[in-house]
Design a protein around this ligand. Sequence first.
Ligand code: HEC
Ligand code: HEC
Ligand code: HEC
Ligand code: HEC
Length: 355
Amino acid sequence: MITLKSTATWSCSVVKYTVAIAALGFLGILTPSAFGQAASTLHPMKVVGNTACAECHEEEVKAWTLSSHKRADSVHRDAKTRATADKIAKAMGLASGAAMTTSALCTECHFTRQKLGGALKVIGGVSCESCHGGGKDYLKIHGEKEKISSREERQKLSKAAGMLYPHDTHLVAENCFNCHIVRDEKLVNVGGHVARSKAFNLVSWSSGEVRHNFYTPNYQRSPKKNLATVKNRQRKMLVVGMLLDLRYSLTNLSKGKTAGGAYRKAMGSRAYTIINKELPAVIAKLGGAAAPSELIKIDEIAKGVKLGGKQSLVAEAAGALEEHIAAFSTGHDGSKLAGVDSLIPKTSKGTVWQP
Ligand code: HEC
Ligand code: HEC
Ligand code: HEC
Ligand code: HEC
């Protein structure tokens, strides 16, 4: 239960959040993450395609070529998934699975979209820029060690030009969840699409077939070895991934129209597990009442949510979580989160590619 005091701060932060969003929208710079959940963080006109990255990131491109994200472009052709693709597509009113490459109902998650001149086309399955931001404006900046000698300056300029850096765990993770948790209720309840990737864990799902780390922690290129993510980042990914999963699940639960439908069930049961098992476990490992204050606040909000209750209240709670999740993400580099090490999955999703 939420005490009177915390209810007051809670509604106060919701108001602040809404005002901030309104102001951003007014200025025309509404970022997808400000919505909490967006179709895609990527503008097709900013996409240059992975061949432009290959010039300097040959190994990353190789690792990606062998991953499911590359193969996402053939779900409608693959013998194993063709029938399901047809079934889902037809239930959604499309002619056949092949329409996946052109219908926005599917392309936003199964492909990276590029717009050159007039036409919108899909490239490479889920390509580099779906996770790192459209490259058009940062391509010529982020690796310019000769012209821009300070790494900090390169990062600052590249971020301003739309680059999502791997160390920005919050932004990287939002991208994963935008695709791995479906927000279109009809696609699930009518189309029969899975509501979310089962057992998605940001650490284990990015450390197997998705892994492509060819820089040492001090940014020396290491083309001969696909390195494991440094421990500090793993810890942060574990916690931030869980928190965002909770926020997305609650937001979707609050928007779903059919009580008892597969969609709301999937969102509600995931939120339930995080609120009652995963979040308390993280807090306990980090010292209980001595755990980071953002987590204590998040726990307070989460415990006050009635999953089967009024949807507007569930939506409010999801919105109220965001400022604390963002604060946690900004405030921690992982060095003080060693307590969660035993919660980091021992296995990875898929096989790591080594040169
Ligand atoms: C002309 C060479 C070049 C091209 C083309 C290039 N990169 Fe890079 N990239 C680099 C260099 C050099 C670094 C290391 C930067 C540093 O040390 O600050 C780098 C670093 C990165 C990083 C890691 C940043 C970090 O500090 O953690 C990402 C992510 C990245 N590039 C993505 C891309 C993507 C996506 C593309 C294609 C859209 C691309 N790059 C194209 C040269 C390039
Ligand atoms: C919100 C993002 C999203 C949208 C929109 C989406 N998909 Fe998917 N789809 C995914 C993800 C993520 C997976 C992998 C799920 C997993 O991990 O099990 C997937 C898996 C699939 C599979 C493989 C299922 C299997 O049995 O392995 C098919 C087929 C598929 N989608 C078809 C479609 C079709 C057709 C559409 C459009 C009508 C569509 N998807 C729209 C994200 C999406
Ligand atoms: C599914 C999302 C996704 C896709 C697709 C993707 N990346 Fe990444 N990339 C990441 C994540 C997450 C990290 C950070 C990994 C980590 O810390 O373990 C990363 C890290 C990197 C790095 C820095 C590695 C380091 O040492 O810090 C570079 C460079 C990079 N990616 C380039 C690329 C290129 C080029 C492509 C396309 C061929 C690509 N990425 C496709 C998510 C993605
Ligand atoms: C633009 C949408 C999109 C983004 C962004 C995205 N994914 Fe995926 N991912 C997919 C789709 C679609 C599939 C299923 C592809 C298939 O079945 O061929 C998939 C498959 C995977 C798989 C293989 C799953 C399996 O069952 O074997 C892993 C692992 C994965 N994604 C991890 C990640 C991680 C980690 C991130 C964020 C760093 C991420 N993805 C970001 C769309 C996306």
